[in-house]
Design a protein around this ligand. Sequence first.
Ligand code: KIV
Length: 288
Amino acid sequence: MSAYAPGRPIALGDLAAKKAAGEPIVMVTAYDYPGAQVAEAADVDMVLVGDSAAMTVLGYDSTVPVTVDEMIMLTKAVRRGLTRPLLVADLPFGSYEASDADAIATAQRFVKETGCDLVKIERGGTSVDRARALVAAGIPVVGHVGLTPQTATSLGGYRAQGRTAEAALAVIDSALALQDAGCALLVVEAVPSEVTAALMPLLEIPVIGIGAGSATDGQVLVFHDLLGIYDGGAAKFVKRYAELRSAMIDGVAAYADEVRSGAYPAPEHGYAMPADEAARLRELLAGR
Ligand code: KIV
């Protein structure tokens, strides 16, 4: 039996119940209204409006340039498509790091304007203080450790983290500090499964993995990666469950062919005027 009743909106406590029951938590990203509806219909537990939107839907070459206004617009669209899963919004790079006041002001905008349930911030270090301040301000927070794409340059690029014992310890310490700061949930990205195995017994909050092996309490993947929509390179941990990009190209190409050949639109795609009105129109035009 599921740890929570089907049908009603998922609450934070339900995730803790899932963790306790050993039931995997399913999270996926979404960036628009139809994507949210797909996630809802697929019965996921949580939807993340990740700043991966910068690359997957806005065409930037990293997550760094995306703005608060852009993320808010996307998150509002996702909110309109969701009723049951919990909604998490990524605070973009540069919108929360400098001070607790910045973090609270940005997160409050997200909560008020988008209706998201939680916000996600990246890294340990100063982000631990930001997390604590957000929690004190009444905003549930998801931490994110391991590969943190907003600061990928300082991590040596988009590569697995925690591959030496010292580096692994740093990931574990950040995770523990974020838990201690009151984070409701943790995302762990691109770390060896040995690091996850060492981390899991130390954490009480639910942990969602992406490229962190199978020992976490749940998994998250990027919508455009798992459905094969995104044309950019995919990380090692991505598994494609569909090839929608090629299906989309085929569909648009077939439409283009039919417009060029005149096969589209056919009579059934148009509207007809009642015959008497058409006759009257001809008379009116003739009388001009
Ligand atoms: O931005 C994003 O999509 C993320 C996930 C990869 C966890 O942060």
